[in-house]
Ligand binder design. Structure first.
Ligand code: F0G
Length: 421
């Protein structure tokens, strides 16, 4: 069993299988694997989830440059296929902050990445690894954003891409992206979890290189969200935030942020009590992580029926739960479910501050509000909410949440009369 505690990476010894100080460790049985010799996604001994490990833990001083590759000292390579990604804004939202009632509220808007979601951070690293292991077809299952990012980064790298989507359940902007960037799009008569089952089978049969968050290298790229939040918040406020609230689907980001914190604890940059509380938010119709946190389970139970307007997180079998649940617990965080109505209300709240997000992203703010109202989050907390995808990803949801256009005659006087009504 691997130590998934906050200090678990301290004193990691470099195994013989390491390549240039990088290797893979199974989080269940601790078996170590060479990182790039064979294409593997889970442990060859016990099928547990794998985690990338490094000879040296990163310090803030190691970070230089901009974007994801600023943090290359914490990544398996110095550079990769880039568009470029990362370096997203950490918005101030003074009115929302006052309305919710916390000391500081900042919004880390990942919708400002090149394809409009945080997935680009994972793909810049994941596609670089795909080049290293020498594959020619990339594949993923997706609720939409992963497919858009994979299609763009695959195109950039000149590699064939295959995406499996749940038919009728992917927002229009995302399908359009995957399509224009030239991915082959397979629409499966099932939900996201069934798509992932199929693409995992294809990967196991050697038909494609899997770039879902089951691939440990994708999470390495997504770790940089954590580094950026800590660096920027500290520059602005002279301390680290108390809490990070984020939407949860497959729990990849939750796992990735926790990994970033563990690495900084290992290098001595963060004390354990300075680590932000990871707080996951799911939609009520797709909340297996919330269920697992509430029951104290080590893994989630698969929900076969899932439904929510926030299609990006319409997921019933979060594959990264064994990494993410310790992350939530060991940081003293929590998980909460919100209704689709609360999600839409939060989408409007953010829009009123000029920040346009897709529904799943707004779940973070909806969850913060709910936990604050319940008194589980205190008025004295410094909170960062992660908004994961751009408004234009789901134009139908945005139009439904927003004001209707008003038809007017083709005449200035009549337009004025209409405005005065
Ligand atoms: N927010 C958005 C906008 C997403 O697209 C996703 C996941 C999540 C949150 C959840 O993140 O899986 O790390 O917990 N989208 C995946 C996809 C599943 O296929 O685009 P997670």
């Amino acid at each position: 069993m691997t130590d998934l505690g906050l200090s678990g990476l301290k004193g990691d010894t470099v195994p013989d299988v390491a390549d240039d100080g990088v290797w893979l460790t199974c989080i269940e049985c601790g078996h170590v694997h060479p990182p790039f010799d064979d294409v593997i996604y889970t442990c060859e001994e016990c099928d547990g989830l794998l985690e990338a490990r490094y000879a040296d833990a990163p310090t803030f001083d190691d970070f230089e440059g901009r974007g994801v590759w600023r943090h290359s000292s914490a990544l398996p390579f110095e550079e990769g296929v880039t568009l470029p990604e990362g370096d997203t804004p950490l918005h101030y939202v003074p009115r929302l902050e006052e309305d919710v009632g916390v000391r500081n509220l900042r919004i880390k808007h990942e919708g400002m990445n090149p394809t409009g979601s945080f997935k680009d951070r994972g793909m810049t690293v994941g596609v670089r690894v795909a080049e290293e292991v020498g594959v020619d077809r990339l594949a993923c299952a997706s609720t939409g954003n992963t497919s858009a990012a994979l299609a763009a980064y695959g195109a950039r790298a000149g590699l064939e891409t295959l995406v499996l989507l749940p038919a009728g359940k992917v927002a229009a902007g995302k399908v359009a992206q995957a399509s224009l960037h030239g991915a082959r799009i397979l629409e499966v008569d099932g939900n996201f979890d069934s798509c992932l089952d199929i693409v995992q089978d294809l990967a196991d049969r050697g038909e494609a290189y899997l770039l879902n968050s089951l691939n440990p290298f994708r999470l390495e790229g997504q770790k940089t969200i954590g580094f950026e939040i800590l660096e920027r918040f500290h520059d602005d406020e002279g301390r680290f935030p108390d809490r990070i609230v984020l939407p949860v689907g497959n729990a990849g980001n939750t796992s990735a942020l926790y990994k970033a914190f563990r690495e900084l604890v290992a290098s001595g940059e963060l004390d354990e009590d300075q680590v932000p509380k990871l707080t996951g938010v799911q939609a009520e119709g797709a909340a297996p992580m919330v269920e697992a946190i509430e029951h104290g389970w080590d893994d989630t139970e698969r929900w076969d029926e899932v439904e929510t307007r926030a299609t990006a997180i319409r997921i019933g079998n979060p594959v990264n739960a064994p990494k993410a649940l310790p992350g939530i617990r060991n940081t003293d965080g929590t998980a909460v479910a919100v209704s689709d109505e609360q999600i839409t209300a939060a989408q409007r709240d953010l829009a009123e501050e000029g920040i346009g997000v897709e529904p799943a992203s707004a779940a973070s703010v909806a969850g913060l509000r709910k936990l604050r109202d319940q008194g589980e989050i205190g008025a004295d907390e410094d909170v960062v909410c992660l908004t994961t995808g751009h408004l234009l990803k789901d134009p139908d949801a945005a139009a439904e949440a927003g004001a209707d256009p008003e038809p007017v005659p083709n005449d200035t006087d009549e337009v004025l009369a209409h405005l005065q009504d």
